[in-house]
Design a protein around this ligand. Structure first.
Ligand SMILES: *[C@@H]1O[C@H](CO)[C@@H](O)[C@H](O)[C@H]1NC(C)=O
Ligand SMILES: *[C@@H]1O[C@H](CO)[C@@H](O)[C@H](O)[C@H]1NC(C)=O
Ligand SMILES: *[C@@H]1O[C@H](CO)[C@@H](O)[C@H](O)[C@H]1NC(C)=O
Ligand SMILES: *[C@@H]1O[C@H](CO)[C@@H](O)[C@H](O)[C@H]1NC(C)=O
Ligand SMILES: *[C@@H]1O[C@H](CO)[C@@H](O)[C@H](O)[C@H]1NC(C)=O
Ligand SMILES: *[C@@H]1O[C@H](CO)[C@@H](O)[C@H](O)[C@H]1NC(C)=O
Ligand SMILES: *[C@@H]1O[C@H](CO)[C@@H](O)[C@H](O)[C@H]1NC(C)=O
Ligand SMILES: *[C@@H]1O[C@H](CO)[C@@H](O)[C@H](O)[C@H]1NC(C)=O
Ligand SMILES: *[C@@H]1O[C@H](CO)[C@@H](O)[C@H](O)[C@H]1NC(C)=O
Ligand SMILES: *[C@@H]1O[C@H](CO)[C@@H](O)[C@H](O)[C@H]1NC(C)=O
Length: 425
């Protein structure tokens, strides 16, 4: 490496023209491998760095360094923290491959946004990150950080987004996160955490809007404190080992739009009072051990998607579900549902996927099952359905997949149905 030496010799001359901030950036460039020349216009003979790729200035002082997706590799360039007015660093989608030492971000006192997602960072999370006074947004997703979420992470003064998705964090989810009253987005999904509970202290995050804990090795029951999250829009605790029943307090999630509980070991009945969740559009509690009926009031909401497949649910499918003007997906297969398919299903809803297979449903198919003209999948195998198939099915141009075997349908099959690529009686 002769370049740093050369730079050192030229330093007095260059310093004459290029600002100190520009010199810091030149030093950062020296530590990065740049095989595609993404930083080739970082010309040391310029007066300021303000025209360089990825650099944004306010009144000639650097405020943002955005080197997203430039195929850069090498260690994290800590020298960026010498830029006094730097509010944003993004090195997302590169090959930054060092660890982040506790001092690697010291000095970044103006920093609000730090996006190091999709790199090759390794080692523990830097403990002192939480002492940066202005930090609001941290995205470390898609790296190889290991170990714990440090206790110091309960002390971020202004944090709004913390995303550690898709790393190799392998301790349990720390209850100190419940201290972050400014937090709006917490994304810890896809980490090989040691088996542990959802900390009840999460219920203290009263500003939380999105909570993603899919594939976090969670065990134990869903803490009732979750119901305190009045601003929560999106809850995903899918693909874990949660047990116990779904707490009734869930009806307190008054802002919630999406709830994902699938692929756990949740038992008991679905909570009562879910009809209060006026904004709920997507609910998925499939692949659990739920018993009892499908609540009427849940089906009275203008849902887009209701998935409760592979449980032990019984009783009828509430007629109210057919009134949703948004319903495109209804998957209730592998339960013990009885009674008729709601007679108006398909009439007002833009149904795309209907899978009621492997239940004990009887009676006829709703006449307007393809009423909205959008139905693609109609899967009803292994029920006790009977009567003729609706005439309209043959004219349902959107259908790509129909499976009706192991029922007691009578009469002829409407023209056109069995011509479909993935269909069989
Ligand atoms: C930035 O580039 C533009 C054109 O590419 C040029 O006109 C302007 O003088 C440059 N500004 C600085 C500060 O170098
Ligand atoms: C990054 O590298 C890939 C090939 O590895 C190349 O296709 C792409 O254009 C490069 N991106 C940039 C910004 O140079
Ligand atoms: C990081 O990447 C650089 C450039 O590809 C390589 O030379 C270096 O050995 C890597 N460092 C580590 C710790 O893997
Ligand atoms: C940049 O930071 C310096 C040192 O803290 C400060 O004096 C200056 O006012 C800042 N400039 C801008 C544009 O914020
Ligand atoms: C990150 O971890 C994955 C999975 O263990 C491994 O395949 C990959 O090589 C690791 N990458 C780095 C840069 O350590
Ligand atoms: C976490 O992973 C690190 C690095 O692979 C390993 O040394 C440590 O023993 C693991 N800790 C736990 C609790 O599994
Ligand atoms: C929680 O935050 C308060 C105030 O910021 C602080 O005093 C306390 O030490 C924090 N507790 C934990 C466990 O981080
Ligand atoms: C997780 O975090 C990322 C930001 O790192 C965000 O873009 C994404 O939507 C989040 N949710 C999921 C389910 O990946
Ligand atoms: C946070 O939650 C825990 C457990 O639910 C509770 O004991 C504690 O008092 C709460 N702390 C604050 C500051 O609200
Ligand atoms: C269910 O979640 C477990 C992790 O808890 C995962 O290993 C498994 O692949 C998931 N099953 C499905 C069908 O996604």
């Amino acid at each position: 490496m002769e370049l740093p030496l050369l730079l050192l010799l030229l330093l007095p001359i260059i310093a004459h023209s290029l600002t100190q901030e520009g010199l810091y950036l030149q030093q950062a460039k020296q530590t990065l491998e740049d095989p595609y020349g993404s930083l080739s216009n970082w010309n040391p003979r310029d007066q300021t760095p303000c025209n360089w790729s990825g650099i944004t200035c306010t009144t000639n002082s650097v405020t943002s360094v955005d080197l997203t997706d430039m195929n850069l590799s090498g260690p994290f360039p800590s020298i960026l923290c010498r830029l006094p007015n730097l509010t944003r660093i993004s090195l997302s989608s590169n090959y930054i491959n060092s660890s982040l030492s506790d001092t690697s971000l010291s000095g970044c006192d103006s920093l609000r946004n730090l996006d190091l997602s999709l790199n090759s960072l390794i080692g523990p999370l830097p403990k002192s990150l939480s002492s940066l006074p202005s930090l609001r947004y941290v995205d470390f997703s898609g790296n190889n950080f290991t170990g714990e979420i440090p206790d110091s992470y309960g002390l971020f003064p202004k944090i709004e987004t913390l995303s550690l998705l898709n790393n190799l964090l392998n301790h349990t989810i720390s209850p100190v996160l419940g201290n972050l009253s400014t937090l709006k987005v917490l994304n810890l999904s896809y980490n090989p955490f040691s088996p542990g509970p959802i900390p009840p202290s999460i219920g203290n995050l009263t500003n939380l809007e999105r909570l993603w804990l899919s594939r976090c090795n969670l065990v134990g029951s869903i803490p009732p404190e979750i119901g305190n999250l009045k601003r929560l829009i999106n809850l995903d605790v899918s693909n874990n080992g949660l047990t116990g029943s779904i707490p009734d307090s869930m009806r307190g999630l008054e802002s919630v739009v999406q709830i994902e509980l699938f692929n756990n070991s949740l038992g008991g009945t679905l909570p009562t009072g879910m009809g209060k969740l006026a904004k709920l559009r997507r609910f998925d509690a499939s692949m659990n051990r739920l018993v009892g009926g499908i609540p009427e009031d849940l089906c009275g909401l203008p849902l887009e998607s209701l998935n409760l497949y592979t449980n032990n649910l019984e009783g009828p499918i509430p007629e109210a579900i057919a009134e949703s003007p948004n319903l495109y997906e209804l998957k209730l297969f592998e339960n013990r549902l009885t009674g008729k398919i709601p007679s108006k299903l398909g009439k007002v809803s833009p149904l795309v996927t209907l899978d009621l297979s492997v239940n004990q449903l009887s009676g006829e198919l709703p006449p307007e099952i393809c009423g909205g003209g959008s139905l693609q999948e109609l899967l009803l195998i292994q029920n006790s359905l009977s009567g003729p198939l609706p005439e309209g099915l043959g004219r349902c141009r959107t259908l790509t997949r129909v499976r009706l075997v192991h029922n007691s349908f009578s009469g002829s099959v409407p023209d056109g149905v069995w011509g479909l690529p993935q269909s069989s009686p």
